[in-house]
Design a protein around this ligand. Structure first.
Ligand SMILES: C[S@@+](CC[C@H](N)C(=O)[O-])C[C@H]1O[C@@H](n2cnc3c(N)ncnc32)[C@H](O)[C@@H]1O
Length: 317
């Protein structure tokens, strides 16, 4: 793996839950470095189709090359788009998905690349955009938002108890000049914590604030909500179609859909919305519990520690 690589999480669990088959249409909503997509593509064979999406054009190209290199692999269609628009994309392509995967958040390579501004441990420009063409950077947010708005973002998206103290420190610090780097922001955030507490936290005191800003800059929860809407609508149309209306949708009856989350702000809406689909008889859970990483995987890839895969089938099992 290259220095800026990404190790896919829960690979065995994804393949077993989503069970891709020869000739099927699969959508990887978060292509990343194409680790999951290449493994799925192997199982689709030359008669299958693999649709790749990523907001990060660089990652999309890495994934495309990796999946195209799969021998006897499927047709590959790659789009530099958010998964928020996956239903209309599939409509445009006149395709119906049998397999859908969304592995949320960011790739390790994006955090490890200091120039993306996602890391509090590597100094870089305060950017945080997963899509470098998006209009708002973290620096814009940090230097122009009012104290109350900063406090809300840090509390809601970082679940940070000291949000008020951090917002106050940021506003005071930027009076001396705009906060332009991740190193400077991390220093300001850390200064909001009592010195004794900093060493006892187990994580860097800047962790939650950086998570909050990344979620806000990329509107991550808004995009996730749109994806969950699309899954619900797709399942509803599939159910209606199955009842004989003949209308199409972007999800096939029997499609397997998996979402991998890394923290509770992502996992909560996924759990709630999929459970609602199950209650409405549109979806059925694959597995009684979400799949988590084994001890061996956590040891080999610490990032997998918080990963949870929730998978459903469209229709009934
Ligand atoms: C955890 S990585 C995926 C890794 C991938 N499964 C692999 O095996 O390499 C998440 C990817 O999703 C992309 N991403 C995040 N939000 C997105 C969105 N709303 N739409 C499309 N891609 C998104 C990120 O740019 C990143 O490349």
């Amino acid at each position: 793996m290259s220095e800026l690589g990404h190790t896919p999480v829960l690979m065995g669990e994804v393949l077993s839950a989503l069970a891709p088959k020869v000739g099927e249409v699969a959508v990887d909503c978060t292509a990343g470095h194409g680790g999951h997509a290449a493994a799925v593509a192997l199982r689709l064979g030359p008669t299958g189709t693999m649709v790749l999406l990523d907001m990060d054009g660089g990652n999309l190209e890495i994934a495309r090359a990796r999946v195209e290199a799969v021998s006897d692999g499927p047709r590959v269609l790659a789009f530099h788009e958010s998964f928020a628009g996956v239903a209309s994309l599939m409509d445009r392509l006149e395709l119906r998905a049998d397999v859908v995967l969304a592995d949320l958040g960011f790739a390790s390579s994006q955090v490890d690349d200091a120039s993306r501004g996602l890391s509090f441990s590597r100094d870089g420009p305060l950017d945080m955009r997963l899509n470098p063409a998006a209009p708002v950077t973290a620096a814009m947010l940090v230097n122009t938002s009012g104290e109350a708005e900063l406090e809300r973002v840090i509390r809601e998206f970082g679940e940070e108890r000291l949000s008020w103290a951090i917002a106050r420190k940021i506003v005071a610090a930027r009076r001396e000049g705009p906060i332009q780097t991740t190193g400077r922001l991390a220093e300001v955030v850390r200064s909001a914590f009592p010195a004794g507490a900093r060493h006892m936290m187990g994580i860097d005191p800047a962790t939650r604030t950086f998570q909050a800003l990344r979620i806000a800059v990329n509107d991550e929860l808004g995009h996730l909500d749109a994806l969950l809407d699309a899954i619900e609508r797709g399942a509803r149309v599939a159910a209606t179609g199955a009842a004989g209306s003949g209308r199409g949708g972007w999800l096939a009856v029997g499609a397997r859909v998996g979402v991998i989350t890394f923290h509770s702000l992502e996992d909560r809406p996924v759990k709630q919305r999929l459970s609602a689909g199950v209650r409405d008889g549109l979806l059925a859970f694959i597995g009684e519990q979400p799949a988590c990483a084994s001890d061996a995987e956590v040891l080999a890839n610490p990032r997998s520690r918080s990963a949870k895969l929730r998978a459903v089938v469209v229709g009934s099992l």
